[in-house]
Structure formats: structure tokens, C-alpha cells
Design a protein around this ligand. Structure first.
Ligand SMILES: Nc1ncnc2c1ncn2[C@@H]1O[C@H](COP(=O)(O)OP(=O)(O)O)[C@@H](O)[C@H]1O
Ligand SMILES: [Mg+2]
Ligand SMILES: [Zn+2]
Length: 387
């Protein structure tokens, strides 16, 4: 006996995911009605979570394509509606798994999400560039990746991912992270501001609330990796993060010069005081490959910002903490890395074989490759600091 056309249409609908929630629309109560005429025309109504949903066009296209591709379907008449308040609160319950709890999912003992905080001593060293490129590289490895842009001074992550103008959709009091073309989801502290041009002048408690909100009120789903772009230095956000997510592992980004290394060491020490493990150091803007020598087929590195900063930070932190803090890589200066950030197309995607992209991809592999599950997890055995 062959399955009915309606069954096949429903099966096709189950392959369509809500782009923000990343689960089948059929599981989310979004398919309101489906009718199939004798001539094979499918009339259906799909409910958006909110009116003016920015991803309306995506849903429209995905549903039409999936249903239109079913053998026997001769036409698709799709009507888009909006969920009622009651339906939205039902959806919120579904997403929360029936629990009303407001705990940080990544801080639960059974969480399998690897959390990496990207820290630096000062601004402008490439912390955000590193964050977005690692995220995209990990996503390309098949990981489900989310980014929390917690840099109150910069919040440049959305622009680097090409979603600067987007605002998160809210379903009751759950916030949907903004999806990007590369499959990485992002929430930025800049998106929590009432107005885009507003300067965030938040301090202590308000910042803490904003960070907790980005970790609890945002529906992250089942993430393999969460990356946090921290503000530079050793300020309030670093302290809040240490209190809420002591299991986060910290990657310190520095440039090669002496002065940058010194402040980077402080950022690393801060993480350790909060009992977070410093997983390694990434030296950025390490050198510029001399274009003249490259033309002649030889390699000549111009040390524009000096040298040794990454090694120095790694050595100091290793000694201070009593465990190995390695230099995970040296990323050269590359104009296409900067362009990628400016145009919303990061270098690991735009030019994946460029030397800078190769280093970033290898770091991503090393961090994400430690695998999901308890084997790769920190079990609270970090030696405490003699601060
Ligand atoms: N390796 C690099 N080569 C060229 N430009 C870079 C490199 N790393 C970062 N940049 C550029 O330097 C600027 C600062 O980088 P950004 O990632 O915003 O730093 P941070 O987040 O630490 O303030 C950006 O314009 C970025 O594109
Ligand atoms: Mg930044
Ligand atoms: Zn040269």
C-alpha cells in the first residue's frame, strides 16, 4: 500500500526547519492546517512566531520548495499567519522542555556544550576577528556553534557576520539568536540596547544581568560549542562570566609586542582567579609575509609589531598556573582578513587556504576536536592560582 499524498506532504513539512529555532516546523506547532485537493493542490497555513518575522521569506521559500517537490503535488497555496499569544506560550513551553527553570544551560553538570571565552588585554588585537573565524571554522567541521558577543565597547561580531542590522525575534520572554548564512547563531549585547546608536554605559549589576540574559533567555538549542567575545581587559564582564560559567575555557589573544603581552597576561590571570582554565594563547598580527620575497618564491616575514608576545604570554601563564598553556597559533597580517570582517564574509569562508585562514582553521580543529562529552570536559581539577 502506498502512502497517501497527505502523508507525504506532512513528511516533507517535517524536513523544514524554523531558521531561528532550528527544529522542524511540524514540532513547533507552526503548521496550522494542510489540505490536499483531488487535483493535487496543497493549501496550507503556516504560523510565524511573531508578526513581521525577519525570516518570513526563508520560511515561505523552504515550505514551498519542500511541498512543491513532493511527487503528485501540482500546486502550493501557502498562507502565512501569526501565532496567537496562547500558541506562543505553548511554543515557549515546548522549547523550555516543560521546565520553568531559568538556569544557565551551559553551567549544568550534564551540559555537553564546550564553552570558550575569547579574551584579550586590550582592544584592537583581533579578538572579534578570531571569534568569528573560529566559529565559522568549527561550524564547517559540522559543529553547532553559537556566539555571545559580550564586548560592550565593540560589539562588532554581528557586522563581521553580515547581520549588523538584524534584531532577534522574541517569543514571549524567550529570545531567538540571530541565524547567519553560515549556520552560526549570534546574540550581541548591542542587540539588547533599545537603540542602535546608544552607547552602552552599563556597569556591574546591569552588565551581569545582560550577560545572564544572553545565556538564559536566549534559546540556544543543542549547541556543541559556545564562543564568547569578551570585552578587552579584566573588567566586570570577565568577573560575571567567571561566576556564572566557571567551566568556560579561556583563549587569550595577543599581538607580538611587549606592551600587549603584559596586559594579555593580566587577562589570563584574571580567568584563572575565576577558576577558569586558560586553554592557550593565539598570537595575531604576528608578521606580514614580504610581498617582494614572496614573488621570488622565498619567505620573508616582516615583524611589523615586534615578536615574541605570544610565546611570552604562554610561558608566563604556564609558570603561574602550573599547567601547560600553549601558543595555539600565529596568525599573520592579511588584508583579506580585515576585508572579510568589513564585508561580513570572514576569511575562513572567503579565502580558506590563505595562511591566516589556515592557522585559524587548525586552531578551530584543535579546540573543537577535543570532542563532545565528558572526555573533553574540564572536571574541576584546575590547579588554583596563587594570585
Ligand atoms: N591578522 C590580521 N590581519 C589584518 N587585519 C586584521 C588582523 N586581525 C585583525 N585585523 C583587523 O584589525 C581590526 C581590529 O580587529 P578586531 O577583531 O575588531 O579586534 P578586537 O576585537 O580585539 O578589538 C579590524 O579591522 C580587523 O579586521
Ligand atoms: Mg572586538
Ligand atoms: Zn622581503
Amino acid at each position: 500500500m502506498s502512502t497517501s499524498l497527505l502523508d507525504r506532504v506532512n513528511a516533507a513539512l517535517a524536513t523544514v526547519q524554523d531558521p531561528e529555532i532550528k527544529r522542524p516546523i511540524t514540532d513547533l506547532g507552526m503548521v496550522d492546517s494542510v489540505d490536499v485537493s483531488d487535483e493535487g493542490v496543497v493549501s496550507l497555513k503556516v504560523l510565524l512566531t511573531v508578526a513581521g518575522c525577519p525570516l518570513k521569506d526563508t520560511i515561505n521559500r523552504d515550505v514551498t520548495t519542500a511541498v512543491g517537490g513532493v511527487d503528485g503535488v501540482t500546486g502550493v497555496a501557502l498562507e502565512l499567519g501569526v501565532m496567537s499569544a496562547e500558541q506562543r506560550s505553548g511554543l515557549q513551553d515546548t522549547l523550555r522542555g516543560g521546565q520553568a527553570q531559568r538556569d544557565i544551560p551551559f553551567a549544568q553538570p550534564d551540559s555537553l556544550t564546550q564553552v570558550f571565552a575569547i579574551a584579550s588585554g586590550k582592544g584592537g588585537v583581533g579578538k572579534s576577528s578570531v571569534t568569528v573565524n573560529l566559529a565559522l571554522a568549527m561550524s564547517a567541521l559540522g559543529r553547532n556553534v553559537g556566539i555571545v558577543d559580550a564586548d560592550i565597547y565593540g560589539h562588532s561580531v554581528p557586522a563581521m557576520l553580515g547581520v549588523a542590522d538584524q534584531r532577534p525575534t522574541q517569543v514571549e520572554d524567550l529570545i531567538m539568536p540571530v541565524p547567519t548564512a553560515s549556520g552560526v547563531s549570534v546574540i550581541s549585547i548591542g542587540m539588547l540596547k533599545p537603540r542602535r546608536d546608544q552607547v552602552v554605559a552599563w556597569r556591574g549589576p546591569m552588565l551581569d544581568r545582560a550577560l545572564v540574559q544572553m545565556l538564559t533567555d536566549v534559546y540556544w538549542g543543542d549547541l556543541d560549542v559556545l564562543l564568547l567575545d569578551l570585552p578587552p581587559g579584566t573588567g566586570d564582564v570577565a568577573i560575571s562570566l567567571g561566576q556564572h560559567l566557571p567551566g568556560a575555557e579561556v583563549l587569550v589573544v595577543t599581538t607580538p609586542q611587549e606592551a600587549a603581552a603584559e596586559v594579555a597576561e593580566r587577562a589570563g590571570t584574571m580567568a584563572s582567579m575565576m577558576h577558569q582554565r586558560v586553554i592557550g594563547v593565539l598570537e595575531n598580527m604576528s608578521y606580514l609575509a614580504c610581498p617582494h620575497c614572496a614573488e621570488e618564491g622565498t619567505e620573508h616575514r616582516l615583524e611589523v609589531f615586534g615578536s615574541g608576545g605570544g610565546e611570552r604570554v604562554a610561558a608566563t601563564l604556564s609558570k603561574r598556573f602550573g599547567y601547560d598553556v600553549p601558543v595555539l597559533g600565529q596568525v599573520p597580517l592579511d588584508t583579506s582578513l580585515r576585508e572579510g570582517g568589513d564585508t561580513g564574509k570572514p576569511i575562513v569562508e572567503a579565502d580558506p587556504t590563505a595562511p591566516a585562514a589556515t592557522v585559524l582553521r587548525s586552531v578551530a580543529e584543535r579546540l573543537a576536536g577535543r570532542g563532545r562529552g565528558l572526555a573533553g570536559r574540564q572536571l574541576g581539577l584546575t590547579p588554583s592560582t596563587q594570585s
